[in-house]
Design a protein around this ligand. Sequence first.
Ligand code: SPV
Ligand code: MG
Length: 557
Amino acid sequence: MSVTPFPTPSDKPTKPINPNSKAGRLRSLLTSSETEFIMEAHDGLSAKIVEEAGFDGIWASGLTISAALGVRDSNEASWTQVLEVLEFMSDATSIPILVDGDTGYGNFNNVRRVVRKLGQRGIAGICIEDKLFPKTNSFIGEGQPLADMDEFCGKIKAGKDSQLNDDFSVVARLEALISGQGMAEALKRANAYYNAGADGLLIHSKMREPDEILEFLSEWDDRCPVVIVPTTYYDTPTEKWRDARVSLVIWANHNLRASISAMREVSARILRDQTIATVENEVATVSDVFDLAGNAELSNAEKIYLPTTSGAPKAIVLAASRGEALGELTADRPKCMLDVRGKPLLSRLVETLNGGGIRDVTVIRGYRKKMVNLPSVKTIDNDQYDKTGEASTLACAADALQGETILAYGDVLFRQHILDQISKAEGDIVLAVDALWQERDPDPLSRTRDLVSGSAPFKTGYLEDDTVSVKKIGHEPNADEIDGEWIGVAHLSAEGALAVQEEIGNMSADGSIEQASLIELFQRLLARGVVINVLYVAGQWLDVDNPADLKDAGSFL
Ligand code: SPV
Ligand code: MG
């Protein structure tokens, strides 16, 4: 079969393509000398995943957008409902989107309006098919009626005349092969649509083999960009498309189909097992969800735009040590950066602090300090971390010890209410002390524990509000004096912060600071007559000293 002549439309754009716009980049994909590939997406999330995977463009499929909305691919979703989905997809990504515009949602007038609205939303191009509104998916039934050819040419012209960006593409989709009208009809229409101004042609087929597509490509002979959708002839080697000079291949529905399989599988398993434990490691983490949503950008923006009340408490986190007992796990990172269900331990702690309204968080780093790189914290370094103790680490942040401050070890996790309570507790220096310390481990010497003897023991009475102060604090107090274990979280009022700062100065001056622990610092404050109060808590925290603790941290969330 031969098709002659194929005149070139006189109004073909001659302006160079602007590579900075999404429309320009789609046009470059269409017109490049390579075979290019775009991937289906049906909402903001799947669009992001297509971009993250590395594709240069997105196919906003009518079939999959409809299916994701729970309706049929029969124009059941209105075009403005589709437009809303497209807006989310466009806002969520920086790669161009080619929209499946079905039949154009009406006549030429509807196409004009749709094209303008797509342009306003940063959509790069539309594909319209030569069938009748309301459309039916091409894979359903036989012999679907085609649009009148001239009427469809009018739609193409109307679309081109309405585009807001010179590089916006209108792709004309040929359904002649699918509806059984044969190759001659397809080629006649191809010629007409091209002359009407289409920037590319989509030749569609529902055959299991690629023969009719290859025949069309050979007859059309690359007179303009040709797009294909190899859904039914999926096993044709991609090399064949390159040899046949296909411009753009659309992988048209595989993200939706993949998600259907994954959702079915996980729903069935959770229903059957009555637990989510068995699927936990196989599904994306919640932090992955946050990452995909771009939460890091929001927390940075909050720092720029939210008012920082000068009276707001801040936090200083001691995170200089390696965590030797964790062995190989801390070979390349300090323990505060160990993964707890998809996020570093320190991120979890910072989230708790943020949840209590504390945005100004300073972390003192040491071992493998470059790994401590959370976007939302300030850092100070103790480069002598391997020769010095905790008091020296805190001394590195002595200048920051001003105003109300939460002091915490970098390896603790605790429930939000503990932060809320300690922030309100009476006293200039208050330690959160776990009265149920023996429930975790009854042996006081099972690990280095900061044990506290209080002026009164923990009582469970409802109205118990007597202030309790620290009598003694140490790693090995007499067993009968132990009232609890310091959980590694302290609240300092502005005065308390100054007292700690002053004692750091004293210890630096007399040379005792180098090897001193925080406990020794507190002991010196007590010896000086500074009152340290106790806030009793009942469990609801943990610290990570060894691999078993790390496992517990995963279940603590
Ligand atoms: C779509 O993805 O909605 C398409 C391609 O139009 S097809 O389903 O193959 O018709
Ligand atoms: Mg479609």
